[in-house]
Ligand binder design. Structure first.
Ligand SMILES: NC(=O)c1ccc[n+]([C@@H]2O[C@H](COP(=O)([O-])OP(=O)(O)OC[C@H]3O[C@@H](n4cnc5c(N)ncnc54)[C@H](OP(=O)(O)O)[C@@H]3O)[C@@H](O)[C@H]2O)c1
Length: 328
């Protein structure tokens, strides 16, 4: 069996690659990346010298014809220009995926951002609700889903919510804030989220690829662990695993918008907190980002699921090992 993987230098793709190499489930893993040296450096840092079952190819090359499974994890999550999101998440994704062999089982990561927040007054966003993305990122993911539905109908498109776990650079600002005595959260009301640990997501992806019959859902599949978390709980748990005490105070949305405008205007701040650009920060304000993932859980994720605490503890250990956070 041969796996074709994109995004192997990123958070989800790297976890998936490590899992695929760890249990030798594939005779060969073909990782299509922009920078092969970066991937080799990352693997060396994990204590894995160049594995013999790994073939590194260029993201621009045509995918090999003899692949059984393909997982598309590459994507642009943070940019300043709407066109960049559409170039990577729609055009380049389409170009790549339409060149995959027709019989390769193909799983594509979209995002909850394509659906938008939970409609007001509802417990969860379900397949019957309209998709109303708030950001250019979400719009590009929705456009990608629609283009694949007509051009690669056999692809299985998944919509994960917030993904947490080791190798995620995007949660570093959360840990840096949680380390302070005074932390801020946007708005006075609690914000509630669906989420999933990256290990649980990766296991579910392999489970889906290994199903006896490949039966993608007609519309993108909402993905999540059971239950929800709040923003305050997320900050408090990050602080707990760091062993730090402190207080979280709400920042009114109006002030938050000012902070985001400031971040957007300053390249160094933007690089440090890419989720605070004015466009991306539109996802900060809704109170509820919960989706109905009953079908995902029934088919691909019977559990047990990682707890938030264990997931953040594992993330902290990885940050310390990578030299991004001081060890406790
Ligand atoms: N992380 C989350 O919480 C979350 C939630 C929902 C959905 N998702 C989706 O899950 C997927 C994986 O996310 P992630 O968190 O792993 O993202 P990530 O850590 O930012 O990794 C993104 C990957 O995409 C590659 N990439 C970026 N721009 C590219 C371009 N122009 N051409 C080719 N490759 C490019 C990156 O390669 P380089 O290393 O070369 O930059 C990297 O390997 C994405 O599709 C994302 O939208 C993520």
């Amino acid at each position: 069996m041969r796996l074709f993987l994109t995004g192997a230098t990123g958070f989800v793709g790297r976890n998936l690659l490590l899992e695929a190499l760890r249990d030798n489930r594939y005779a060969e893993v073909v990782a299509a990346v922009r920078d092969g040296e970066k991937l080799l450096r990352q693997l060396a840092a994990e204590g894995i010298p160049r594995p013999s079952s790994l073939r590194i190819t260029s993201w621009r090359e045509s995918p090999p014809r003899d692949i059984d499974h393909a997982v598309h994890c590459a994507g642009l999550l943070f940019a300043r220009d709407r066109r960049d999101y559409f170039r990577v998440n729609v055009e380049e994704t389409r170009r790549l995926l339409t060149r995959l062999p027709a019989n390769a089982r193909t799983l594509v990561l979209s995002s909850q951002s394509a659906a938008g927040p939970t409609p007001i007054g509802r417990p969860a966003h379900s397949a019957a609700d309209p998709d109303i993305p708030l950001t250019w990122y979400g719009e590009s993911k929705l456009a990608m889903e629609r283009s694949l539905a007509s051009e690669r109908p056999g692809a299985f498109v998944w919509r994960p919510p917030m993904i947490l776990g080791p190798r995620d650079r995007a949660t570093l600002p959360l840990f840096q804030m949680a380390a302070q005595r005074l932390r801020i959260k946007p708005g006075f009301r609690p914000k509630t989220y669906s989420w999933i640990a990256v290990g649980d997501l990766v296991r579910a992806i392999f489970r889906a690829l290994d199903e006896p019959v490949w039966t993608p859902t007609a519309s993108p599949l909402p993905v999540s662990a059971p239950g929800t978390i709040t923003d305050t709980e997320l900050i408090r748990t990050a602080a707990d695993v760091l062993g730090r005490a402190g207080r979280t105070v709400p920042l009114p949305h109006l002030l938050m918008r000012g902070v985001c405008a400031l971040v957007d205007a300053a390249p160094r701040l933007r690089a440090a907190a890419p989720s605070l650009t004015r466009d991306r920060s539109r996802e900060i304000y809704p109170d509820r980002w919960v989706l109905d993932a009953a079908e995902f859980q029934a088919r691909f994720a019977p559990g047990p699921f990682a707890t938030l605490r264990d997931t953040l503890a594992e993330t902290r250990v990885w940050y310390a090992r990578a030299g991004l956070l001081r060890a406790a």
